[in-house]
Design a protein around this ligand. Structure first.
Ligand SMILES: Cc1ncc(COP(=O)(O)O)c(C=O)c1O
Length: 378
């Protein structure tokens, strides 16, 4: 590893592993395109370096959740198409136009406001994508109201250009879920009703799980996030994920070593009490950095000296303790919380399973005070 920061807790983001995953997905879905999802600071991996790596690896566009995320990419000199996944506050419209983003629209008022701003500043016609809510019931236009929204966009064609129509599946990670068929049918129906209006625009529908398990829905391009980070979208598609490489690993160095005797408690509330003499190592990383407080009681482990060590006592805000038994351990030894050490590996999915959540929440939760080191594995 190169360029380790001075803080004794850091994350390594392997951009070669990321590029490998993007290339794998591109091959899988070709001739459909690939837009990579870099919202939420690239799921905690760092938006700008990851977006650059995505474009180098052949991504056709980028997707974000909010205007500020797109602005960060533009400010870094990234001029690729950027789709913003949902309508933004009206106060953001000037910035959306000025940055040349591709906004998602689903309300006529919002379309009008965008068109007014384009005219006000004399900008080039802005591409927009219409999101159709076929059953996720989060954001999007109702299928029944889609034709009239498209007509409204057409009435502003001096300022706004329809360049995409899309939907989002609620249960793509569970291929047998009946909602997938229902949403597919609703999407096909509305596209059919639009006829020629839907012909010259990008059509897109699936995330990572759908890209893997719903080949018919790959359409113009897929919008892939979690799989590019080498994390399984869910158990239902795990068979498609064997060649993905985890991108982020999380590391710390032992900051204190102590020997305790049977009966001594460790950490707040002494919820762990030693039943034998043992060596406790402290790591200077805690829940403010994204190690969930209750990981300790759900069997959480870290790797030190190539062996798994149980987290001992509640994870505190900035520090946590692990039980090293009778093994030698020294201040400065490296601990791997996520990633490989020796022959063993702890994955975000392992934490997610223990905590009854998903891998997305694990990497998104790694806080901004954890320095990211960008590495190339080859
Ligand atoms: C609309 C939309 N498309 C695609 C994605 C990417 O999903 P995934 O990370 O599962 O590939 C997301 C992420 O939540 C999303 O909100």
């Amino acid at each position: 590893m190169t360029g380790e920061p001075t803080r004794w807790a850091w994350a390594v983001v392997d951009l070669d592993a990321y590029a490998h995953n993007v290339a794998l997905l591109k091959t899988m879905v070709a001739p459909s395109g690939v837009w990579t999802v870099v919202k939420a600071d690239a799921y905690g991996h760092g938006a700008v370096p990851v977006a650059r790596a995505a474009l180098e690896a052949g991504a056709d566009g980028l997707c974000v959740a909010i205007t500020a995320e797109a602005a960060e990419l533009r400010n870094a000199g990234i001029d690729a198409p950027i789709l913003v996944f949902s309508e933004q506050p009206l106060a953001d419209i000037a910035e959306i136009v000025q940055l040349g983003l591709t906004p998602t629209v689903y309300r006529a008022d919002y379309v009008t406001a965008l068109a007014d701003e384009v005219r006000r500043v004399g900008a080039m016609p802005l591409p927009v994508h219409v999101k159709i809510d076929t059953g996720m019931h989060r954001v999007g236009v109702d299928p029944v109201e889609t034709p009239s929204l498209i007509a409204h966009i057409a009435s502003h064609d001096d300022a706004i250009r329809l360049s995409g129509l899309y939907t989002h599946f609620a249960a793509a990670d569970t291929p047998e879920h009946p909602a997938n068929r229902i949403q597919s049918e609703r999407f096909a129906k509305v596209l059919g009703e639009l006829g020629p209006l839907a012909h010259d625009v990008a059509i897109h529908a699936v995330n990572s799980a759908g890209a893997m398990s719903m080949p018919a829905e790959r359409r113009s391009f897929v919008r892939v996030g979690i799989a590019t980070y080498g994390i399984t979208p869910g158990d239902g598609v795990v068979q498609h994920c064997s060649n993905l490489m985890p991108v982020l690993s999380l590391h710390a160095r032992v900051s204190r070593v102590q020997r305790i005797v049977a009966g001594e408690g460790v950490s707040y509330g002494h919820r762990f009490v030693a039943d034998r003499s043992t060596t406790i190592a402290t790591l200077p990383i805690g829940y403010a950095d994204g190690v969930p407080r209750r990981l300790w009681s759900e069997g959480g482990e870290v790797l030190i000296g190539g062996k798994r060590r149980r987290i001992t006592g509640v994870v505190t805000m900035d520090q946590m303790m692990v039980d090293c038994g009778d093994d030698p351990v020294s201040v400065g030894d490296e601990a791997v919380l996520l990633g490989r050490q020796g022959d063993d590996r702890i994955r975000s999915e392992d934490w997610a399973r223990a905590l009854d959540t998903i891998g997305y929440e694990i990497t998104c939760g790694i806080g901004p005070r954890v320095p990211r080191v960008y590495a190339r594995s080859v």
